[in-house]
Structure formats: structure tokens, C-alpha cells
Design a protein around this ligand. Structure first.
Ligand SMILES: [Zn+2]
Length: 139
């Protein structure tokens, strides 16, 4: 039973991620998934749903699916989980400017950059998600 539920969660993520990759016009990108067993990859921050490592040069990204994402799926909240994935994909769009900006930050502006990065990423995610057909994540 537990294995079937875990399979359903991973199957859902494995189905939705390629659809989002296409939706974001990122077909040239290779997106890997890591199924995290604890919150250590998020700096021990509990409640993080997912986070992403991005390599713009090689068009590669790794999405780390955190334990909270599994709980969200088990609770049946796939719309919220899909939005979290859209947020991670939106990071791919904001990453190049972030990388340029991070080299120009000072101690005084570093926190501002991190805040602005998350806020702009979230705004893009909200705008994109508004247009995503429910069929993309309703399997
Ligand atoms: Zn973010």
C-alpha cells in the first residue's frame, strides 16, 4: 500500500515535469529529479516543498522533491503541488539575471537581491499558473 502511494506520487511528478518543461518552452533542457528523504538539502528548513539547482550553460536542472511535497500529494493537493513545480520552473527563467546580479551585490544589497529574486520568481509563477490548463497536472 505504502509502495503504491509512493509510486503514484513519483509517477505524477514524472508525468507533470516533462509537460511543464514543454509548457515553459524548455524542451532543450534536461531536468532531473531527486527524491529527498529529509530536509537537509534545503538547509534543514522544514516545509520546503521543492528546490532547484540550475546550470544555464548546459541547460540542466535538478529539482529536489522534498518530503513536504510527498505529504502534499498524499493530501490530494496536486493543484498546489503543481504550482510549486511551476515556481521551480520559473526559477529557470529568473536564474540568468540573478547570476549576473549576484556578482554585483554588496553586503548591503545581497538580502535585497535574494528577496527580489524570490518575489519576481513567484510573480512569474502566479502569472504562468493562471494560464495552465488543469489537464496538465490532473492525471
Ligand atoms: Zn523560489
Amino acid at each position: 500500500m505504502a509502495k503504491a502511494k509512493a509510486d503514484a506520487y513519483k509517477d505524477w511528478v514524472r508525468a507533470v515535469v516533462p509537460r511543464l518543461r514543454e509548457y515553459f518552452y524548455l524542451e532543450a533542457w534536461h531536468i532531473d529529479l531527486v527524491w529527498e528523504e529529509d530536509d537537509s538539502s534545503a538547509g534543514g528548513c522544514s516545509g520546503v516543498i521543492a528546490h532547484i539547482d540550475i546550470n544555464d550553460s548546459y541547460l540542466q536542472a535538478v529539482i529536489h522533491m522534498m518530503p513536504a511535497s510527498r505529504e502534499m500529494f498524499d493530501d490530494g493537493d496536486t493543484e498546489k503541488l503543481a504550482f510549486c513545480l511551476v515556481h521551480e520552473f520559473s526559477h529557470i527563467l529568473t536564474e540568468p539575471l540573478y547570476k549576473v546580479a549576484v556578482d554585483a551585490t554588496t553586503n548591503a544589497s545581497a538580502n535585497f537581491l535574494e528577496t527580489i529574486r524570490e518575489q519576481q520568481t513567484q510573480r512569474i509563477a502566479l502569472a504562468v499558473f493562471r494560464g495552465i490548463p488543469e489537464e496538465l497536472y490532473s492525471l
